[in-house]
Write a protein that binds this ligand. Structure first.
Ligand code: CP3
Length: 321
């Protein structure tokens, strides 16, 4: 996830060489290198493309920059006019370096190691596009959605179309599966969750599979809690990502009985290490490993994570499979 790499010295070296974060995302040799770094270091089963969800607003013409210590900054979309001026199609030429990164990585990866592509879900993208930055409660996008649902739905529609085009190109370039990150899904009440998270995920998946039949897609509506059951019912995902907060019993009955799940170790337990880590890994395995399951964290790995803890976690997971 977005913190990825920062816990590795070899990432920090390349990050410095690249200058800006967007330059790293858009320089295929460097982006491919940081995608491959964790695979060289650890016996993992999959690699995730190095990029960011905010390259989509960037390719829709929005100004985006990443300033160290501040998080992303965008030129905020303030009103109906500015949203109306977004192009009807995403400029795939701007994203060409991302597709080239996919090709370079796929060629270098052993074929039994999966390559995951991704995009941000429309709701999560819109929270950054409307506010111009991350906020603690994403109130600007929520207010716009309450005050002017028609305008807001235009923005979501643009992002649905852009996401379909973007994911289809990632598949054509060689990813094996993609994940749709809805990091801010958990802040919405049920009706809005249905309209701004569930419906867009359904449309993106249908749109991608119309062009790439059988495309493998993972949904990750972070923080959705009990709303995950409706998501799992309606969204035809091949797997659903679970954050670390979800009740395990609930997730087993309402999510894993319908589709494979991915998750959900607390990233802070990975920072902690030792026996606390062992016990937490065992709890995840006890909860989910009897049915189709992808072991993963419940959100991004934190920059302060000791590398030895990552090694310990992987060894423990692999000792039981
Ligand atoms: O995991 C990976 O290696 C894949 C690459 C990846 C990044 N971002 C690289 C990145 C992925 C999958 C993302 C997704 C992403 N980006 C999400 C969804 C998942 C999540 O974490 O909730 C979101 C919301 C973003 C937006 C974003 N990008 C934010 C808010 C930030 C600032 C993060 C912070 O804590 O400072 C980023 C920057 C970013 N994206 C970094 C990385 C490695 C750190 C930038 C750096 O190295 O300086």
């Amino acid at each position: 996830m977005r913190q990825a790499g920062r816990y590795l010295p070899e990432y920090r070296t390349i990050r410095e060489r690249a200058g800006s974060f967007l330059n790293l995302c858009f320089t295929p040799d460097l982006a491919a290198e940081v995608t491959l770094q964790p695979i060289r270091r650890f016996p993992l089963d999959a690699a995730i493309l190095f990029s960011d969800i905010l390259v989509v607003p960037y390719a829709l013409g929005q100004k985006v920059s990443f300033n160290v210590g501040e998080g992303p900054q965008l030129f905020p979309l303030m009103n109906a006019d500015e949203i109306g001026r977004l192009p009807s199609q995403i400029d795939l030429a701007v994203l060409a370096p991302v597709f080239e990164t996919v090709r370079v990585v796929r060629a270098a990866l052993p074929k039994e190691i999966a390559l995951l592509g991704f995009c941000g879900a429309p709701w999560t993208l819109s929270t950054y596009m409307v506010a111009g930055s991350g906020t603690s409660d994403q109130a600007p996008a929520r207010l716009l959605a309450y005050r002017e649902p028609e305008v807001f739905s235009k923005l979501i529609d643009r992002l649905i179309d852009a996401s379909i085009d973007y994911l289809v190109e990632q598949f054509k370039a060689g990813v094996d599966a993609v994940q749709i990150f809805d990091s801010w899904a958990g802040i919405l009440p049920p009706e809005e969750f249905q309209r701004w998270c569930v419906m867009p995920a359904m449309r993106i998946i249908a749109g991608v599979r119309a062009l790439i039949p059988g495309a493998k897609i993972i949904g990750f509506p972070r923080g959705a809690g009990t709303l995950l059951s409706g998501y799992a019912d309606q969204v035809a995902a091949d797997a659903i990502g679970l954050d670390w907060m979800i009740d395990v019993q609930f997730a087993r009955v309402h999510v894993q009985n319908r589709c494979p799940v991915q998750g959900n170790l607390d990233p802070l337990v990975l920072v902690t290490g030792g026996e606390a880590l062992d016990r937490a890994v065992d709890r995840v395995l006890d909860a989910f490993a009897a049915k189709p399951f992808i072991f993963n964290l419940g959100h991004g790995i934190l920059p302060e994570t000791p590398i030895a803890n990552v090694e310990r976690m992987i060894a423990r997971v692999q000792s039981v499979r």
